[in-house]
Design a protein around this ligand. Structure first.
Ligand code: 2RA
Length: 337
């Protein structure tokens, strides 16, 4: 069985990657409809050796597609996802627009696949934020084995999380600095080249940023556990692809580092870097890959139920595009075949 599929935001960083991954993973597609705003309509994208014209989303009849991948921003999803869902097109949405609605499933296929059944409520499925996805993949096996009471996390997030304009700003600032030119900052709240910035998204009333609160809200929803405590600091670093996270967790009962390594080695979607000196990094490990890489696994010397680890994944792939395509694969396997 093959499906007619639309990709809204087809000319953006995540949309393009979704199309590449659909091809790479041989997703069963009958017809692909790349969609964008009127500004990008008329461009062409390559898919399976064909050049396909990008259509204007405003004039698209969503009943032509059975599955839609949306990654064109929250307001665009707010406008089109309900229309598509009602027309029978099951939307996998990459924005934060629907993530916190109680009747919308928020899915990481390795972590909470059974929650997908709720897609029937509105024909909309939400893809979590990139920083939450890799954290959930790494922690779920431990959560299932011994429980997790509290997660302290500091992120080291690449600029591709901010889209193409953010990547261009890092490239330009770096080139300008190295050639002695003045630096211009538009996208980020400070210079990002040769710097790190402890602000991603806007500040909330409680002093956390929205990126940090996404990790709190989404972790509780994905684990279905209101009691798990999450204390994040989200930081932007001058890296193009791949987010790193230093996780410090407090488990429900003691577990050794060796046991954690064994558990994670058996889990789906994780590469365990067992030896201390084999720690993963963005370049050479995670960037361009779909797995979540976990290293520096060690017992916390300050807490009897503490475990520390370093987690890296490609934010555009596992943090967005790959996770969305995996959701679609699960949908096809469990509900549409
Ligand atoms: C970021 N979490 O890295 C965002 C992308 N969704 O900026």
């Amino acid at each position: 069985q093959k499906f007619d599929v639309c990709v809204l935001g087809a000319t953006g960083l995540v949309g393009k990657t979704i199309i590449e991954i659909l091809e790479e993973r041989d997703f069963p597609i009958n017809k692909l409809y790349p969609l964008a705003s009127a500004r990008s309509a008329g461009e062409f994208i390559d898919f399976n050796g064909q050049s396909i014209e990008v259509l204007d989303a405003d004039h698209f009849d969503f009943s032509q597609a059975q599955i839609g991948f949306f990654s064109a921003g929250g307001s665009i999803s707010a406008k089109f996802a309900p229309i598509a869902g009602e027309a029978g097109c099951i939307v996998i949405d990459n924005t934060s627009e629907f993530r916190y609605d109680a009747d919308i499933p928020l899915i990481v296929p390795e972590v909470n696949p059974s929650a997908l059944a709720d897609y029937r409520n509105r024909n909309i499925i939400a893809n979590p934020n990139c920083s939450t996805i890799q954290m959930m993949v790494a922690l779920k096996p431990i959560y299932d084995a011994v429980g997790i009471n509290r997660i302290n996390v500091s992120t080291y997030q690449s600029v591709s999380g901010g889209g193409k304009a953010a990547m261009d700003e890092l490239a330009k600032q770096t080139a300008d600095l190295l050639s002695g030119k003045p630096v211009e900052t538009k996208h980020f709240p400070r210079q990002i080249a040769f710097n790190v910035i402890p602000q991603i998204d806007v500040f909330m009333d409680n002093g956390y940023t929205k990126e940090e609160m996404k990790m709190v809200w989404e972790t509780k929803k994905i684990l279905g556990d209101e009691n798990v405590l999450v204390n994040p600091t989200a930081v932007r670093v001058p890296v193009f692809f791949g987010h790193g996270e230093a996780l410090h967790i407090e488990t429900g009962s003691p577990i050794s580092a060796e046991e954690v390594k064994d558990l994670l080695e058996q889990a789906e979607g994780i590469v365990v870097c067992r030896n201390d000196e084999d720690f993963p990094t963005q370049i050479g490990d995670a960037s361009g890959k779909d797995a979540t890489y976990v290293g520096r696994i060690r017992e916390d010397i300050s807490h009897s139920c503490g475990i520390n680890m370093w987690v890296v994944a490609d934010n555009v792939r596992k943090g967005a595009a790959t996770n969305s395509v995996q959701i679609a694969e699960l949908l096809v396997k469990d509900y549409l075949s």
